[in-house]
Every structure is written in structure tokens, then in C-alpha cells.
Design a protein around this ligand. Sequence first.
Ligand SMILES: [Zn+2]
Length: 566
Amino acid sequence: MALASVAPTTAKAAEAPAKTDANLLFVNGTVLTPQGTAEAIAVRDGAIVAVGSSADVLKLPHAGATTVDLQGRTLMPGLYDMHVHVYPAGQAKLACKIPQGAGAPVIFATVKACAAKAKPGAWITGGSWVAAALKPGEQTRQLLDRAAPDNPVMLDDESLHSVWVNSRALQLGGITRATANPAGGVIDRDAKGEPTGVLREAAARNLLAVLPPVPIDQQVAAIKAATDEMLSYGIIGFTDAAIRRDGAEAYARFAATGGLRQYARGCAVWGPNSGGSEGLVAARQDYSKGRFQLDCVKMFLDGVPLEGRTAVMLQPYEPRHGEHGSDGTGGEKGLMMVPPDKLNAAVTDFDRQGLLVKFHAAGDGAVREAADAIAAARKANGWGGQHHEVGHNTFIDPADVPRGRELHFTWELSPYIWWPTPITSVDIAAAVGPERMKRLWPARDVIESGANVVTGSDWPVVPSVNPWLALETLVTRQVPGATGAPINEGQRITREQALALMTRNAAAEMGRLDRGGTIEVGKLADVIIVDRNPLTAPVGTIHQARVIRTYIAGELVWSSEGNAKP
Ligand SMILES: [Zn+2]
């Protein structure tokens, strides 16, 4: 159903709008404000000038204004995603997309269709395949040769540790039966010793090096594809959690030409040996254009608490199954990626420069290292720096929970998997055991500690950027639809709390709470029209909420009405 958009509603056609007239009205809706619900708002030049009843708002001078009749729908603040990887997400959207868990016939048909659209000789990249869905002997380079005889093909597996390529790709990579396995990599071979087309770890990475660089137009197209998808879910601001030189160039071009609609922060990836993040940090003003701000540095402190056990934990992981005869755990606590002295020095330096530091810290040991580094920076520089972000926080030691508030840093909870999934209930549970599972994603604890708390999807690490899925499951901790047993239900939060994480708190973290994050007079109209009120709809339906329109600073930037959705 289309929204009635009555425009213009001039009283007298000849009357020119006065400077003080509102030029955009939203009436007859449920408007979510910090003071409760209202029916209507008036907007002038992108800013909210009135919030109240429809009758009151319509009484305001509004010559020539556009009036949007909400027809009872909800008008609420636009949402923020504080941890997203826009470029890879967009690339995945544009790449050759294999349906999840596809068997060989579907993979063949998919690649064939992609080849039909590709220029001869152009690389076809995409993914992902799951080894378990393929029968023994099916996964051959010859299958891909038949699907795409004129193109090199490279398909990632689900874990991004292996690739499946065709003969042309092997040729371009110089890989033959005579090629030895590289250090840390494997070239799978058939009974005759010929490469099958499956390359693992370093063998896969070596092939990546022969891929031609992605043209900047294509990078911009990927960023546009991803940001458009986010607008369709009502996401009006985001933090890109890992920017490299390529991505930065593309963002700058996209933002400078007005293509980027959202408020965006980029975090340049930094490592102890990267020499100042490829110069990106020093050159950040070259890339900060339009609504894109490159003012953040990303540091990876650990990995993930899955079967690889790369997240840094304070206590050892559980013994592995089938490891009889060895000590099993080996006191395994994960591997810290940055030595503490280097970490503290770098964080202190970036803090002094006014940069925000965003940490990848999944295990409670990495979280502690991050908090310690922030403490070192505060000690050296005082309290005038940024609210740094400790991200992921799959586990936080109870002793560290108050430190976000004490040290003025923000907890960023990601990715959106706060409900029972094979990742949480099987993989993480097996790695850390039942006691620590009671501390999985302590959303309520960190909120009640009084610190700022925000959320991020980590898309495309998770398959969907849908923030409504996150909003619901922060409240239920159940499978979407509010079914089944919850996971760590003591950490459930209220709907109001969940909404604040994605609106008010995120705007504060972006340094724009004076302009956004809530619907109040004086703020910009960063608002969305939604088909239901997430504060009152049956909780198990929140994940199905559909955004009808997205506005940023009063400008309509996305509408479902022009799309296939009814
Ligand atoms: Zn991430």
C-alpha cells in the first residue's frame, strides 16, 4: 500500500513560503520520542521544528510543504549499525552468489549463469561452497571448466580458508602438478597427482595475488549496493570496521559525489607491523569527504572463540574431544595479536591525536587488554580523548564490566547472533564450556554498568544486516519469532533499551547526539517510517518489521514503494 503524500498543500497558490515555514510534515502516525509517543512532526530545512498532535502540527505555517500521511504507521529515529564491512558485503552482493549449502548441480548452474554475464577472460569470483554439501569426487576443476570455459573462476568456501578454482585460474596462478605445496598451504591433488582445483590456506592466498585489482568504479558500485541495502532496513548511520587503502579511495569518491547518504565512520586497519596503517591514518583528511569520516583506527587483538580457539580467554579453553593421550587443552588460551607494550603505546598515541580506537576483542582476555590499553592512554593523555570502542565482547570478565564506565569507553556488541545458533550453542559452547556460556554476550550487565553500549551486525560475517532481527533477539535471546529456549536469558534487555543501543547511544558514539539519535525539536529529521511499532508489536514479529521510507536530514533517501515489496 502506498503512503498518501499530499504535496504541495499551499493555501493560496501565489503565496510564497516564508523562511520560517515548515516544508515537510508527517501526520497521523505513532511518533516515537524520548517523551513518549506523538502523532506528528514538522521539519524545516532538514531539522525538526515541532513534535505534537497532528492538529497542532498542521496549524503551523507550512506554505508549499509536503505532507506525509502516516496512516497510523510508526515514525521513529533511523538506526545505526556500528560494525559493518560495507565493501566486502557489497562485493558479495555483486559477486557470483552460490546458494547456501548448494550441491554440485546448483553450483554448476550458478557459475554457468555468472559466466553468461561475464566478459570472456574476466575473473568470476564468489562463493561460498560448503564441503559437506558435496559428494566425494564432485569437487573438481573440470566441473567449473564446463560451467565457465572462457573465464577463470575462483569460489571461496564458507570459512574463507579455501578456494575452488578452474583450470584457467590454476594456469594464471602458475599452479601445475609440479608445484609443491607452499609453506602453510595445501594444493589438493587427485589420484594421478593432478591439482583438483581446491587450494587451502596459503595456497589459496597465493592465487589471490594474481587477481587483477578491482577497478575503482566496481568498488564504488559495491559500496553503493551495500549502503542501499542498509537504507532499505532503515540504517542511516554506520561504522565501517575495517578500511584499507582501496576501500578508502572508493568511499572518498562515493562520498564526495554525494552518493553516500548515511553518516559513516571508517576505521583504518592498524597492526603492529603495518607502518601506520599503510599511511591511511596520516592521510585521513584526503578521504574524509561528504558524510564519510575516516577518524578511527581498528586493532585486531584476537580471533574468535570457535573451534580454532583464537579468541584470547583468561582461563584455558575446554579440552578438545578426541585428544586422549595429550593434555588436550595445552593450557590453550588463544593468541594475542598485539603485544601489550606495543598496544598501549599505539593506543596512547592515537588517543593523543584525537582518533577513536576500535578494538576487535572477542575473548575476555582480549577485552581486558583493550581496557588496560585505554587506561594507559587516559593516564598519559587525560580524559579529553575519544570514547574508544571495545568491539564484539563475546565474553567479558565480571571484574571488567565496570571499566567501560570508569574509563569512558563504549561496548560494541556484535555480531547479531544473540540467540541459539550452531555457532553459539554448539561451537562456542564446546570451546568454553557451560559455566562461561552463562556470560555469553552480557548485554544487560554492560548496560546496567552505566557505560555507553552500541551494536553492530558485522555483516557480511553474518548473512543479514537486518537490524530488526537484532532488536528482537536482544530482547528475547530466542530464535527469531520468539520460539525455543533462550540463550543466557539473564542478559535479556527491554525493547526500549535495545532501541536506544541502535539510535541514541550510537548517535552519541558518532559525536552527533546533538543532531540525531532521537526525534526532538532541533535535531535533524533522520527518521524512518515502519509498518509496526517495535515497542508494542508482538515481540516475535519485530524481526519482520518492514521499513516503508528512510529519510536523512529530511531528505527521502529510500522508499519501498518504488521496489518490488508491496
Ligand atoms: Zn568485523
